[in-house]
Design a protein around this ligand. Structure first.
Ligand code: GLN
Ligand code: ZN
Length: 765
């Protein structure tokens, strides 16, 4: 074997801590239960610990730690604070929290300038991480504040860490921001790039040899202006003494491949998991001494890497590149949990298939060892990796022949209702006998402290299943009683028995497991623990029928069955990498379909299938949207459409950007869709100017994200706006999402007004 020298590095490490230490420290500080100095000290402890965990790497990321969000960090580094935050004269960290979430700790507020409007938050590419959107106007200027990065760099170097500062690149930073005055963001580039130049100089002065500049926007479609801007910016930065590693991830570069290959940077990182087919072309285009960093370990999922397969593929590339090859995870490890060693409760076989952040770095070290010293140097480790990968591939736990047969039996018929909407609507109206502008809610009622306590006690084994069931039934009875007293037309059971809309179903389906500590940051101090979909999905028994039957037994009014849809179950889980997402989605669809049919058999007249996360699954490139929407919509239709004409199918979605996917939403063919619109004042309905939505729709008129009680008039006005675009016969009146995060004391007056608004509408519209 030829001698090679592959270097290892990491793009970013999860910052929360394996026990979510940062979350608890942040929340304690915000509640005034600890001091700013304690919080800062905890930050330093976590950084040290995480560097320590990465110490075998040749280059360790610095600057990836954040007290809230790395994009907001960049806004502070570039001196781009919104106007409303500029007059603050307290500690910078307090101002940072004000921009992030509207306020910092109580004591910090009272001693200084009070709260401000929180920055807007949105999803980081196609992940479930949310960043604070940078704000621009035509007048925006930038001034460097390198203090955070320089302090962390000094801290790392003092500990002997081989530090590689990480920053977000100028084009991605601009692309992710919002021009509040509608001005052209690219016009700011000439003011922005010099500040990046200064930053690189400052980092070089402080001893940084390499700086990783993240430009993930390169995996999306860029027009000529943006591509040109890339050239301008990086030609300007060429003079810097720090070597630039330009990092792209989350997908292939496609038509940006040449652009990237030709930028005057010292190295390029490519996501070799999602863009493996671009490695050889890129290698062929790279000139001179450029470093090629390959992301060979998936930074977005929790599966063990097939190291032998990676080596087979990587060795010839390593021979060509010699010491110009770096290897790394595909992207920052921010998107995976920290440490599999914490998962002692997990089934042993399944655990042997998994790899969290720390384990992924061990895999990386192994690969480097094999490349640099020959496979025999790590023969035993490679053998055990092969055994684990093969064990998973062949496990009977993964492959369920009955599921595969059922899937093979799916025909176009499965996705089709018996009759078109117009026919169904008549039959459903005859059966349900609802008034015009029928009122309903989205599913959950407040998850009170008592409900959570009862569930915790049940999980801890302090109360038995029977007592727990009784407690939940009492909650259901309470919400039915309240809904009747309010005079709502279509009732819900309130979801008291559900911890989470995905977890609840995942726990009852075969093919899912749950970690104990597998937390991933969602935004700020908030983390989610995505379930792990590891095998063929089947439904051993009905999941919701007992609860809904019980709820229906308490009232004459129609009780909605309440399910989470296949696309949402998929998009909010870690999913299999051994089959396409579409295939896993179809399996989920078949399981939900059985539940739908069981509910129908039990006499349930209306069934709601939530697809809160349908939009989240959209691919980063628009050119791939259609293929995703095709299979996602078909999965929903298969789940929903086995029912008779008389059974009414509802769906619910948690967002209001419909313009670009309205046709797909209509193609789902739900009889009624409820959506989030109240905050945007029915702006969403603009989508309906160009497209006639054919079925029933409930544009949410009560913003459940706010503690405010909506007035009757406000809701009437919103519905009137809706009635300009959708015929009144097809309109429903409802809140814009579930009520589980609200208090009963807020919900009752709000729904009283909602019912009153519907009554007025019936008389006047
Ligand atoms: N049915 C769910 C609820 O009411 C829907 C939640 C959601 O859309 N995120 O809580
Ligand atoms: Zn919702």
């Amino acid at each position: 074997m030829v001698f090679m020298m592959a270097f290892t590095h990491n793009l970013g490490f999860p910052r929360m801590g394996s026990r979510r230490e940062l979350k608890f420290a942040l929340e304690a500080y915000w509640k005034d239960r600890s001091s700013r100095d304690e919080l800062k000290a905890l930050g330093a402890v976590l950084r040290h610990r995480h560097w320590e965990a990465q110490k075998t790497l040749d280059w360790v990321p610095v600057g990836d730690f954040s007290f809230y969000d790395q994009v907001l960090d960049m806004s502070f580094t570039l001196g781009n604070l919104p106007q409303r935050a500029q007059a603050f004269h307290g500690d910078v960290l307090d101002n940072y929290f004000r921009v992030a979430r509207g306020r910092s700790a109580q004591s910090a507020e009272t001693s200084c300038c009070g709260g401000v409007a929180a920055g807007e938050m949105t999803k980081w590419f196609d992940t479930n991480y949310h960043y604070i959107v940078p704000e621009f106007t035509a007048a925006t200027g930038f001034t460097l504040d390198a203090s955070r990065l320089l302090e962390q760099l000094a801290e790392a170097r003092a500990l002997g860490v081989k530090a590689k500062p990480v920053i977000i690149g100028p084009l991605t930073y601009l692309a992710l921001g919002k021009a509040k005055d509608g001005s052209d963001k690219l016009a700011l580039l000439q003011r922005l790039v010099p500040v990046y130049g200064q930053l690189l100089e400052a980092l070089a002065d402080a001893g940084a040899e390499w700086v990783q500049i993240d430009e993930p926007i390169l995996v999306t479609e860029l027009d000529a202006d943006w591509r040109h801007a890339f050239n301008l910016a990086y030609h300007d930065l060429k003079a810097s003494r720090a070597k630039i590693l330009l990092a792209t991830y989350f997908g292939p570069l496609q038509d940006n491949l040449h652009l990237v290959a030709e930028l005057p940077v010292a190295g390029v990182h490519l996501d070799a998991v999602n863009a493996r087919e671009e490695v050889l072309p890129l290698l062929g285009l790279l000139t001179g001494l450029k470093v090629l960093s390959l992301g060979v370990i998936n930074g977005r999922n929790i599966w063990k890497t097939d190291l032998n397969a990676v080596l087979d593929w990587l060795e010839p590339i390593a021979e060509r590149l010699g010491n110009r090859l770096w290897i790394a995870p595909s992207c920052s490890l921010l998107h995976v949990p920290v440490d599999l060693d914490s998962e002692q409760g997990l089934d042993g076989e399944i655990r042997s298939w998994l790899s969290f952040a720390r384990q992924k770095l061990e895999e990386l070290a192994l690969l480097a060892n094999a490349l640099n010293h020959g496979c025999q140097a790590v023969g035993a480790e490679l053998d055990s990796n092969r055994a684990a990968v093969e064990g998973r591939r062949n496990s009977r736990r993964i492959h369920n022949p009955a599921v595969k047969t059922a899937l093979a039996g799916i025909t176009a018929q499965h996705g089709r209702r018996q009759s078109p909407y117009a026919v169904r609507a008549v039959r459903q109206a005859a059966r349900l006998n609802l008034p015009r502008f029928p009122t309903t809610t989205i599913g959950s009622f407040p998850q009170t402290a008592e409900i959570r306590q009862a569930r915790n006690r049940f999980k801890a084994g302090e109360v038995d299943g029977k007592a727990y069931k009784k407690a939940m039934q009492a909650e259901i009875a309470r919400s039915v009683r309240e809904q009747e007293s309010l005079g709502l037309d279509v009732l819900v059971h309130g979801e008291a028995e559900r911890n989470d809309m995905v977890e609840y179903f995942g726990e009852q389906l075969d093919g899912y497991v749950f970690s104990q500590h597998g937390w991933v940051q969602s935004y700020g101090s908030r983390c989610v623990k995505p379930p792990i979909l590891y095998g063929d999905i089947s439904r051993p028994r009905a999941m919701t029928v007992d609860w809904i039957e019980y709820a229906q037994s308490l009232t004459e009014r129609p009780m909605k069955g309440m399910l989470t849809g296949p696309v949402t179950l998929l998009n909010w889980s870690f999913v299999r990498d051994d089959q396409p997402r579409a295939a896993s989605c179809l399996q989920l669809a078949m399981a939900i379909r059985q539940e739908v049919l069981d509910l129908e058999k039990a006499g349930v007249r209306i069934i709601q299938i939530d697809e809160a996360a349908l939009r989240e699954g959209l691919p980063l490139r628009k050119s791939q949207w259609k293929s995703y929407l095709d299979w996602a919509v078909e999965a929903f239709r298969i789940a929903a459409n086995g029912v008779a004409d008389e059974t009414q199918i509802h769906t619910h979605m948690c967002y209001s950007e419909f313009n670009d996917i309205i046709e797909a939403i209509a193609a789902m063919d739900a009889d009624v869709i409820t959506i989030e619109t109240s905050r945007s004042g029915m702006e969403l309905l603009e989508a309906f100017d160009h497209f006639r939505y054919p079925n029933g729709i409930g544009p949410g008129v009560y913003d459940i994200h706010s503690p405010n009680i909506p007035t009757i008039q406000h809701m009437i006005d919103l519905m009137k706006k809706a009635a300009l675009r959708i015929p009144a016969e097809r309109l429903w009146v409802n809140p814009d999402c579930g009520l589980k995060t609200r208090q009963w004391s807020e919900v009752m007056p709000a729904l009283t007004n909602l019912v009153a608004a519907a009554e007025t509408l019936r008389k006047t519209q």
